[in-house]
Design a protein. Structure first.
Length: 154
């Protein structure tokens, strides 16, 4: 088996289509697009980047394989959101690499805490978040589909 290069790169406007496509895949597979999803996925530069957040993209052998966003919530607090890995890249540590890179990026941005909202039917995602150090806290939040909130204190 050849040695495939996995790389995490910063988001550029040219990645907008991939950001939306990858996230729509998982959302529409198990849930439904909520108005907040549509707004963020169609306007990531305005909704994430311009508000002090960041988006990372994962590439495998130069091809887009996944993405994750850090949405600015409050001073020192970012939301780990819109993480998606393309189907053919799942099980290849792309999610882990995105998670580790996003935590480092949050630290670079001055985060003291990262929050995330998810759903417990997404078992591999919840397991990944726990391995990254996130712990469950009481749920609140903007998404109707979320039944779990997790926090990572940095």
């Amino acid at each position: 088996m050849e040695n495939v290069v996995l790389e995490i790169i910063g988001y550029e406007s040219a990645h907008k289509g991939w950001f939306e496509k990858l996230n729509r895949q998982w959302i529409e597979q198990d849930f439904w697009m909520e108005p907040v999803d549509v707004e963020v996925l169609q306007n990531p530069d305005k909704m994430i980047i311009a508000k002090g957040g960041a988006i990372l993209m994962a590439t495998v052998a130069g091809l887009i394989a996944g993405t994750v966003a850090l949405k600015f919530v409050d001073q020192g607090v970012y939301e780990f959101t819109k993480m998606a890995v393309g189907e053919k890249y799942r099980g290849q540590k792309v999610g882990w690499a995105l998670g580790v890179a996003a935590i480092q990026k949050a630290k670079d941005l001055g985060a003291k805490k990262i929050i995330l909202y998810s759903n417990t039917i997404l078992v591999p995602a919840i397991e990944l978040y726990r391995k990254l150090g996130f712990v469950e806290v009481p749920v609140d939040g903007p998404y109707k589909r979320s039944n779990i909130k997790m926090v990572l204190n940095i």
